[in-house]
Design a protein around this ligand. Structure first.
Ligand SMILES: *Cc1c(COP(=O)(O)O)cnc(C)c1O
Length: 462
């Protein structure tokens, strides 16, 4: 009886929708979605009542609204928007890896409407997609030809399928890597139809291991860069040029998956990473890398190498399924131009962040601190810290940096406030404190960061 009367008192969807407390949500969320949330919240409460959970009639509406608000908060948390990355992780996979250069952003916006993605405006004739960006890429890397696909995983898949489907590819045991997000090389091999032929051991593989394994069915040798871990101690692996010499003597192409498209020798910054044009020069038939790691562009898989092999890839039917979108091609074109014009370290945010000097970051931290108006209960200091390259590039890199360190009662709550802010600010939590590593915060984001930190909720009521 009790449950019956309570069920009868459940409000209708319409009644809840008319509540003014939903007005704000309705300004930013399609009505149909809010209606779904309301329906789900009413159902939830109905099930609780049926399970014998008593409700005071006056509280029913409040409880439904609370549930809708929490569904809305979860939804807002996944809505894509710009964030300030104060984690010090330069290539943060969860934050979209490389932020684009201003020129790349502008080119992308321009291409968003009608654009000449497959037309030469001089002739008015059809032009193959990405012709220009591929020409520029070849020029940049010293390769004969280039190709752009969706990402480096797609590049690996395409290359294995086009070069080695139904045949074998030789790879060192120490290079059978998992990149992250479940991307495992052996599984990519399996789905490409190429058969994996492992040689050597986890820590040591010699050129004669490869040599012994070459046979009738061998289609290629692949070398995979260990992007996200390193091996030290009793280890050996042949140099790329040794593999190329072996491959050439047996008529077998060498594929070099270098992961991060690093174009510059970063050893002066203490970073060691394969450089694209060195692989090209060493004679790899095809060199594969991501466009959104150290290359500093949009998500893409870049393939550079010998013309005959690029031709084989271009003719593969999978190419159509893996091709890049016009927005990506536009951003990539501008990114390649940055590299070609010599402005990479000034214009590409990834390289700007990589190259920043600790003393300059320290000064910026002091500057920001001087502008904060925190609650008395907080302790705010500037401390040394270590930034990471992240995103599957240079796992050993230790980039000395500085951070603003905030300690107070509830670090998790402050971190949540910062994530919910406008703009959203991502921090790292370490040793019970919040660290804002400013290496990854652009100069033009500093004002926004300060006003976010000074907003009522952030450094005061928590
Ligand atoms: C990152 C990486 C990949 C995957 O690249 P995506 O562009 O993320 O698909 C493949 N191989 C290596 C060696 C990598 O470092």
């Amino acid at each position: 009886m009790m449950a019956d009367s309570q069920l009868r008192n459940l409000p209708s969807v319409d009644k809840v929708m008319r509540d003014h407390r939903l007005d704000e949500i309705l300004r930013s969320t399609p009505r149909a979605i809010v209606v779904d949330w309301v329906r789900r919240s009413i159902d939830l409460l109905r099930n609780k009542i049926l399970a014998g959970d008593d409700r005071n009639e006056d509280l029913v509406c409040n409880e439904i609204l609370q549930e809708v608000l929490s569904l809305s908060a979860a939804d807002v948390g996944t809505r894509m928007r710009s964030v300030i990355n104060a984690t010090g992780i330069i290539l943060h996979t969860n934050l979209g890896r490389a932020p684009l250069a201003q020129a790349a952003i502008e080119r992308m916006v321009e291409a968003a409407r009608y654009c000449n993605v497959e037309m030469n405006l001089e002739t008015g004739q059809r032009n193959r997609r990405a012709t220009r960006v591929c020409e520029l890429l070849s020029r940049l890397t010293g390769a004969e030809a280039s190709l752009v696909v969706n990402n480096c995983a797609a590049a690996t898949l395409l290359v294995l399928q086009a070069v080695a489907s139904g045949r074998e590819v030789i790879v060192s045991r120490g290079q059978l890597v998992e990149i992250g997000g479940g991307y495992r090389l052996p599984e990519v091999f399996a789905s490409s139809g190429a058969k994996l032929r492992e040689v050597g051991t986890t820590n040591r593989t010699y050129i004669h291991d490869y040599e012994r394994e070459i046979g009738e069915k061998t289609a290629a040798i692949i070398r995979v860069h260990r992007s996200n871990f390193s091996q030290q101690g009793f280890v050996h692996e042949p140099e790329l040029h040794e593999l190329v010499t072996l491959g050439n003597s047996r008529g077998i192409p060498v594929i070099d998956d270098i992961g991060s498209g690093c174009l510059h020798d970063l050893s002066t910054l203490g970073l060691r990473e394969p450089v694209v044009f060195e692989s090209v020069r060493a004679g790899a038939a095809l060199v594969l890398f991501s466009g959104d790691k150290l290359f500093g562009g949009p998500q893409s898989g870049l393939i550079v190498g010998q013309r005959t092999w690029i031709n084989v890839l271009e003719k593969n039917p999978m190419m159509r399924a893996l091709r890049a979108d016009k927005l990506i091609l536009a951003a990539l074109e501008a990114t390649v131009e940055c590299h070609l014009s010599g402005g990479a370290f000034a214009e590409l945010p990834v390289l700007v962040s990589v190259a920043r000097k600790p003393a300059e970051i320290q000064a910026q931290c002091e500057n920001v601190c001087a502008r904060l108006q925190p609650d008395q209960r907080l302790s705010i200091t500037v401390v040394p810290c270590v930034s990471e390259v992240g995103g599957g590039a240079i796992p050993d890199a230790r980039l000395e940096s500085f951070a603003i360190r905030i300690v107070g009662q509830s670090v998790d709550r402050l971190a949540l406030h910062l994530r919910r802010g406008t703009p959203s600010v991502l921090t790292k939590i370490q040793g019970g404190a919040i660290l804002l590593d400013l290496r990854t915060v652009a100069v033009d984001q500093i004002d926004a960061l300060v006003s976010c930190l000074n907003s009522r909720k952030c450094l005061h009521v928590w």
